[in-house]
Design a binder for this molecule. Structure first.
Ligand SMILES: Nc1ncnc2c1ncn2[C@@H]1O[C@H](COP(=O)(O)OP(=O)(O)OP(=O)(O)O)[C@@H](O)[C@H]1O
Ligand SMILES: [Mg+2]
Length: 391
């Protein structure tokens, strides 16, 4: 995957100061843009996607504080981190920069490593905030869609039941040779498909609060996935250690996750391939890239060697109704991953994805360990009734 370089805008009316910043920043992989006045800086930031601004204070016309204030007052750039880089050193200047809503303040001559560290920290903070905001929006969107979908699906189901009942009643008075019998059978078939859609919508929306029990994941995973892939060209491989932490889950809801993972893997590998399911214990720290709260987790990976997902689709795959498959057929409702996402969310976990076109896809699921203090072995006797679990 190509990682885009972070773009830093350096604003200073002194050419030599800009040159120093350019040398330091470019050597550390940043793309650098320049402005030698506040006016130019405001123009540049409105045209280019800038990740961070290094802003001198003492400049003719518009000083750094004013530029900072103007950037902040524009809704589009209010989250761009700004560091004042100035020869001013007094307490009053620091206060003024805080009042102008700058994120940080560094005095010239600055230490190279200190500057780079502050840049790194601010970029990371911004990334985390952005990620949290996206997650919040996604959860909100899923919640709204699921309430709407659930409401419609229930009414829809009742109407369907009446339609199917009436079709059946008319068919009973006919023989298969009668004119219209075939059309009624087709209508009945389509109603059944519509019923499947509404069943999945109800599943998505009214999974409701999970009824949790402490249990071991390997049993569920092996049984569900083996059943799903039976008769297909894919033989699943499992790497699930015995000491995997137990988790507290609603087994019926959680089983939907491996079901949908296996189904998608099957569809991504029509000619067969590998589907590797692995698990490990995971401890997240405060600096964790996953942004999970600190604690113990079970990390599951569902990796296939299928067609992969193009980068432009990666951000959409958990959205309800997003599908690249033939829609309104048996597959392709675009609900499988939305269901997984909401179930995992209800269990305080997260799901992430990595994929490369033509090489395959790897989904990671993190679920909180049942007992954060305990690292003991799996709870015995929690058997799943796999046969009764359908998607
Ligand atoms: N393992 C995978 N490999 C490649 N693409 C995938 C994989 N899993 C999901 N996708 C992509 O994500 C999209 C959304 O997946 P999701 O399971 O939500 O819906 P769907 O499979 O299209 O329909 P449904 O699951 O409702 O039958 C898919 O259409 C596909 O483009
Ligand atoms: Mg699917």
């Amino acid at each position: 995957m190509i990682i885009e370089k972070r773009k830093i805008l350096c604003v200073d009316d002194e050419f030599s100061a800009l040159k120093i910043l350019e040398t330091i920043l470019q050597a550390h992989g940043y793309e650098v843009m320049f402005a030698d006045s506040g006016k130019d800086a405001l123009e540049l930031i409105s045209k280019q996607k800038i990740d961070l601004v290094l802003l001198d204070v003492l400049m003719p016309e518009l000083n750094g504080y004013e530029v900072c204030r103007r950037i902040r007052s524009d809704e589009r750039f209010k989250n761009v981190p700004i560091i004042m880089v100035t020869s001013l050193t007094s307490k009053e200047d620091r206060i003024r920069s805080i009042e102008a809503w700058a994120d940080d303040f560094i005095s010239k001559p600055f230490d190279r490593m200190e500057l780079l560290t502050r840049i790194k920290v601010l970029l990371k903070q911004r990334e985390s905030r952005k990620h949290l905001e996206e997650e919040r929006l996604k959860s909100h969107m899923l919640e709204s869609v699921s309430i709407l979908a659930g409401g419609i699906a229930h009414d829809f189901n009742n109407l369907l039941a009446a339609i199917i009942g009436n079709i059946g009643a008319v068919k009973m008075r006919m023989t298969p040779e009668d004119k219209g019998f075939q059309s009624l059978s087709n209508a009945e078939q389509n109603c059944k498909r519509a019923g499947e859609l509404s069943r999945r919508l109800i599943n998505f929306s009214t999974g409701g609060d999970p009824v949790k029990k402490v249990m071991s994941l390997p049993v569920i995973l092996v049984d569900v996935i083996s059943a799903m892939l039976q008769g297909s060209k894919i033989t699943p491989e499992f790497s699930l250690p015995d000491d995997l932490y137990p988790v507290s889950i609603d087994a019926r809801q959680m089983a939907q996750v491996p079901i949908n993972m296996a189904q998608n893997a099957k569809e991504a590998m029509p000619e067969g391939g590998a589907f590797i399911v692995s698990g490990s214990n995971y401890h997240s720290s405060d600096q964790d890239a996953t942004l999970l709260p600190r604690g113990k987790y079970v990390m599951l990976s569902f990796r296939d060697t299928g067609v992969g997902i193009p980068p432009e689709n990666l951000v959409k795959i958990f959205d309800p109704y997003f599908s690249t498959k033939e829609t309104y057929s048996e597959k392709g409702m675009g609900l499988g991953l939305a269901v997984c996402y909401s179930i995992i969310k209800r269990h305080d976990g997260i799901i992430t994805v990595e994929s490369e076109c033509g090489k395959g896809t790897d989904f990671h699921v993190y679920l909180p360990a049942a007992c954060q203090e305990q690292t003991g072995s799996v709870i015995e006797g929690e058997q799943m009734q796999i046969a009764s679990m359908s998607s």
